[in-house]
Ligand binder design. Structure first.
Ligand SMILES: Nc1ncnc2c1ncn2[C@@H]1O[C@H](COP(=O)(O)OP(=O)(O)OP(=O)(O)O)[C@@H](O)[C@H]1O
Length: 499
């Protein structure tokens, strides 16, 4: 094993127009190390990943792998033999088989021998202990299997450094444990990982070293074991004190008041079985469940994204037409989708325009849009959600991922929804912004609206007054505040007792 660092980046500067995204930063990852790169939304993490994977050309600085200078910019094959990034959004081609994906871009000359290709794919997967049928189409794989295939593919190109960008975002607790197990095995063989995550508990569980960036600068690098969590958060935010915030449900819901949002006998074939819901004014209801629990499908059905196969949804007693987002909006339902594809943002439009897409009819008389009011609303959202932008006029495509998610939240709040449905609203959002965002959801309820949060993140569920746990499309447990992490996790995994 080489004693040279697997990755040594020094003095990296990167500008996007007037934005200085990286200000002479460094990052060193040793062989066999699992190195976390953390920082608030917009700190420069994705930009650094772009530079060390050969996607962004830095304005200054050097990158070296195992002591050798990085390949020339544009030499894709050269970069691929050094480093690979496993993104949330997969790079594999969905319609091709696993075997084809593994050997993409490197078919030998002459006719392709399919039998041999499949055999070699099976050997390769076995070599890295990945248990996936090479004949399956990539679209048939679970998120977890796809990540394993991508890791095996990267290693087969010779890469000994793998970048994982929020790899656990769509995995359930067991999937995360299997992923971490695999990463530890590979680490023992000398493979190094750079791990980008907003889940600090995962950093403590998996990583040996951590680097913090703040506002485009390198703040510290330390062994994880020597850095207390409060100190890590202080380094990220630049404020002493860490996160003392614990939302704590206030249980201010008026139990006698008529419910704002109701569902009766609501069902979606293959997703969830008939269920009833009633969310009262001032109440935040949590729908807790892992990926395949049906919780997300339920949230999407409430928001009009999917049409229920049975049952009714009503807002303040008035039925809402099923499967129609415009009708849900008109009925007063606000929707915060999970960030996955930054659903619905118009990339080239400004922050202000995106944040007010649903309210343009309310910003000026007789259907006119007054730019001053749009900007005013956007400014208040930028402040209350702590959106890192040069200003309301900046186009959303120039924002970091977490900040784009906050614009999605702003847009849902713009209409002052009477019922807010949020699906994993804090995905991709940094620790500090998470507090701000959940506090905003709480405030919406405190002002008399109903709110529903669909999530398997315990921090998201802690703001809820009541939590329903779903497993395999059924409500398996219901909790008022006061649940323990352990019992809720067990219920989401289908091993809890019905209380
Ligand atoms: N294509 C781009 N055009 C203009 N500015 C950009 C572009 N990409 C990134 N930026 C800016 O560079 C800075 C760093 O963004 P980056 O995406 O690296 O942050 P990040 O730490 O990955 O954030 P997050 O946690 O939200 O993903 C931000 O101010 C962002 O607005």
């Amino acid at each position: 094993m080489s004693a040279e660092p697997a990755l040594d980046a020094r003095g990296i500067v990167k500008r996007f127009g007037p934005t200085l995204a990286l200000d002479s930063v460094a990052l060193t990852v040793r062989p066999g190390e699992s190195h976390a790169l953390v920082g608030r939304n917009g700190a420069g993490k994705s930009t650094l990943v772009g530079v060390v994977t050969g996607l962004h050309r830095p304005d200054a600085g050097t990158v070296a792998f195992a002591g050798a200078p990085a390949p020339a910019f544009g030499d894709r094959a050269g970069w691929r033999s050094k480093v690979a990034c496993v993104y949330q959004r997969s790079m594999v081609v969905p319609e091709l088989t696993v075997a084809e994906n593994l050997f993409l871009n490197r078919f030998e000359r002459g006719p392709i021998r399919w039998g041999r290709l499949r055999r070699r794919a099976a050997e390769l997967l076995a070599e890295y202990g990945v248990n996936v049928d090479p004949g399956l189409r990539a679209r048939e794989l679970t998120v977890e299997q796809r990540q394993f295939v991508e890791i095996a593919r990267a290693l087969s190109f010779g890469a000994r450094l793998i970048v994982l960008d929020e790899p656990t975002a769509q995995l359930d607790a067991r999937g995360i444990q299997r992923l971490f197990g695999k990463l530890r095995e590979l680490q023992a063989q000398g493979v190094a990982f750079l791990f980008i995550s907003h889940h600090l508990q995962e950093v403590y569980e998996l990583c040996t070293a951590v680097t913090v960036y703040r506002d485009a600068r390198h703040v510290l690098t330390a062994p994880v074991a020597e850095l207390a969590k409060d100190d890590l958060v202080a380094a990220m935010t630049g404020e002493a004190g860490g996160t003392s915030w614990r939302p704590g449900a206030r249980a201010r819901r008026a139990s006698g008041a008529a419910p704002v949002l109701t569902a009766e006998g609501l069902a979606l074939d293959g997703e969830f079985e008939p269920l009833d819901l009633a969310v009262r004014p001032g109440e935040v209801l949590g729908l807790a469940g892992a990926a395949a629990s049906g919780a997300t499908a339920l949230g999407e059905t409430l928001a009009g994204m999917r049409r229920a196969s049975a049952g009714r949804i009503a807002v303040r007693g008035r039925p809402v037409r099923p499967g129609s987002v415009p009708h849900a909006l008109d009925a007063g339902i606000g929707y915060i989708p999970e960030d996955r594809h930054r659903q619905g943002l118009v990339p080239l439009r400004s922050v202000a325009e995106n944040a007010t897409l649903t309210v343009t009819d309310q910003l000026g008389p007789w259907g006119t849009v007054l730019p001053s009011r749009t900007r005013e609303f956007a400014r208040s959202m930028i402040a209350s959600l702590d959106i890192k932008t040069r200003g309301p006029e900046q186009s959303v495509s120039g924002l970091s991922g977490g900040n784009q998610q906050k614009v999605v939240v702003a847009r849902a709040l713009a209409r002052r929804p009477v019922a807010l449905v949020a699906v994993r609203p804090t995905a991709g959002v940094d620790v500090k912004s998470k507090e701000a965002l959940l506090a905003v959801v709480r405030r919406v309820a405190d002002q008399g609206s109903a709110a529903v949060i669909v999530s398997d993140e315990l921090d998201d569920l802690r703001v809820c007054d009541r939590v329903l746990a779903l497993f395999h499309g059924r409500v398996v447990a219901e909790y008022d505040s006061g649940w323990t992490d352990r019992e809720l996790v067990a219920a989401m995994e289908g091993v809890g007792e019905r209380p």
